[in-house]
Ligand binder design. Structure first.
Ligand code: AMP
Length: 575
């Protein structure tokens, strides 16, 4: 037997869940813990440690461990710990692979795929990095799912008998990210209306602010400077987090580190933090979350009083001040049946079972949490799929050329929310060669973006005048988040089509044949598939160049523009 698990890969903790019959359950790790700290470290003997062991190792040697790798994914190229440099994807893969092993041990069968949750605000590069990390851990990411949507799905599953049509607000405040989502739920169906968030807002930021406050007090009251001692700093951050958690149920907490050597001998620094002091420190972060709650209500087009249920998710949603302010803003209390630490993982397990076809009577529609489009010649960003469109989403638009007799256009795919392409995130560049020879503004280039429920972005470009769908050469491969095997098959198909109408020299033709012959051998071999995909991409660029040159034999050399770059938005919109 094989199975698809649900994984909540959090900044602080990673949770694994499985749908056991009709009930989603948390899969404990090897130590029996329901959550594995998302920490990776290298031991003195060079062993890779994950979870609580890595966390403990960090106390002995802070430089040996990496915390919060999720925040680095898709953003940083390297992470340094244990005396060497690693990629964030490899560090995340170490965590995922340990969780996978523990799950296999507990469940008693092989686990090769997962539904992995990410903050709704995660951009495309971050999602790709999560997929890459999963793949390195031997897990196929069946679906990358938005965390608040997973929380909503878990709630929909447990309250499937609740036949009332209601609006639900999910307040998801984790260790490193915050998301607020509004959805409509009735019985076993739920439909996300809107999601807003901030992937740089989480409990970790409150810990850092508490650390700043305590470190300053250690310095002024006891002459001890934690900033100058990484060991003490690591210990103090941990104690601040513990004090923060304590303050969720008590009015006062103490942060103490006995037996430190001060300027005049041994000291036992200890500072008290009461609720009031804590709330003053935490307020800027909680206020930011509340501003996003107001924003999501606005983008969903609903009032606070329309919301019929509140779902809290993420450990930081346990902070009493957050609950109080949310309750005041929404005029209601949160759903008490929900455990905020586990609901996202449980929702991922529900989705995993849904994908496996094990659940019936549950329908779920998510939204695209980002805006995707193209950069055009004047540097503007033209959105094709807008944020909060229901999935699957399709966006089509006609474009044209900016120069007379332009033979190719560059499609620069951007994820952004601003009218200027430069302020968005570059996802990848595609070349569309072989445009019909015509005065500028005449060719009609249809571009279609599709995002499926699995959050996979697929782009097609077609010359409307000839009716022929053009193949595209992938420049940096950035866009393609499919498995290496799917990618090889797609590229092979394009290469066959592109070479069909073309007379190419014997050497290129032979090379193409040889590479195409490798395609069937790629099944089940990621490394071979990745290598073949790279070879095919190179050949495709070659073929694109040849096709432009073949055409050029019949046109004036001055008319040949390859590679070209001009793309303009046409006023016509495709239907
Ligand atoms: P998550 O990403 O959902 O695992 O959330 C982890 C974050 O929640 C960390 O920053 C924890 O310090 C924080 N957290 C967990 N429990 C509590 C609590 N009872 N009160 C306040 N914060 C908490």
């Amino acid at each position: 037997m094989r199975g698809v698990i649900g994984l909540d890969f959090g900044t602080t903790n990673t949770l694994c869940a499985w749908m056991d019959g009709e009930n989603p359950i948390i899969v404990p790790n090897e130590r029996g813990e329901r959550a594995t700290p998302s920490v990776v470290a290298v031991s003195d003997s060079g062993e890779i440690l994950v979870g609580s062991s890595a966390r403990n190792q960090a106390l002995a040697d802070p430089h040996s461990a990496l915390f919060g790798v999720k925040r680095l994914l898709g953003k940083a190229r390297t992470a340094e710990f244990g005396g060497s440099i690693h990629s964030p994807e490899d560090a995340a893969a170490a965590i995922l692979s340990k969780v996978k092993l523990d799950a296999e041990h507990f469940l008693g069968f092989e686990v090769d795929s997962a539904v992995i949750t990410v903050p709704a605000r995660f951009g495309d590069p971050q999602r790709r990095a999560v997929r890459a990390a999963a793949s390195r851990a031997g897990l196929k990411a069946e679906r990358i799912m938005n965390e608040p949507s997973a929380a909503a799905l878990a709630r929909a599953w447990v309250s499937a008998k609740d036949d009332q049509d209601r609006l639900v607000l999910v307040y998801d405040f984790g260790g490193g990210t915050f998301d607020a989502t509004v959805l409509r739920a009735k019985g076993g169906s739920c439909f996300v209306l809107s999601s807003e968030g901030d992937d740089t807002l989480g409990g970790m930021d409150i810990d850092t602010a508490l650390y700043r406050d305590s470190a300053d007090r250690f310095k002024s009251e006891f002459g001890i400077d934690p900033d100058a001692d990484p060991y003490l700093a690591r210990l103090l951050v941990d104690l601040c987090e513990k004090a923060k958690i304590e303050l969720s149920t008590r009015d006062e907490a103490t942060i103490a580190v006995p037996f430190l050597r001060g300027p005049d001998g041994l000291v036992h620094p200890s500072v008290k933090i009461d609720r009031l002091r804590f709330e003053r420190i935490a307020a800027p972060f909680i206020d930011r979350s509340m501003a996003l709650v107001q924003r999501v209500l606005g983008s969903a087009g609903v009032r606070a009083s329309d919301v019929g249920a509140l779902v809290l998710s993420g450990g930081s949603s346990r902070i009493p001040m957050a609950r109080r302010l949310l309750g005041e803003a929404m005029g209601r209390e949160a759903d008490p049946r929900v455990n905020p630490d586990e609901i996202v993982a449980l929702g991922a397990a529900v989705e995993a079972a849904r994908i496996e076809g094990r659940l019936h009577g549950l329908s779920f529609t998510d939204v695209c949490s980002r805006t995707f489009g193209l950069e055009i010649d004047d540097g503007r960003f033209i959105p094709l799929i807008k944020k909060n469109e229901p999935l699957p989403a399709v966006g089509r638009q006609l474009f044209t050329t900016v120069e007379d007799y332009q033979r190719s256009v560059e499609l620069h795919v951007i994820q952004g929310e601003d009218a200027r392409a430069a302020s968005g995130v570059s996802i990848g560049r595609f070349l569309l060669p072989g445009i019909r020879k015509a005065p500028k503004g005449d060719p009609r280039i249809a571009v279609e973006f599709t995002i499926d429920e699995g959050d996979m972005l697929i782009i097609r470009a077609r010359d409307m005048d000839t009716g022929v769908e053009q193949s595209i050469a992938v420049f940096d491969g950035g866009l393609d988040s499919r498995s290496p095997q799917d990618r090889v098959l797609a590229l092979a198909q394009i290469a066959r089509r592109e070479s069909a109408g073309l007379t190419v020299d014997a050497a290129l033709s032979k090379e193409l044949e040889e590479v195409l012959a490798m395609v069937p051998e790629c099944a089940g071999d990621d490394q071979k598939a990745a290598m073949t995909a790279t070879l095919l991409e190179g050949l495709l660029s070659e073929l694109s160049a040849r096709s432009a040159l073949t055409d050029a034999l019949h046109v004036d050399a001055s008319e040949l523009r390859f590679p070209g770059s001009g793309l303009r938005s046409s006023t016509e919109v495709l239907r």
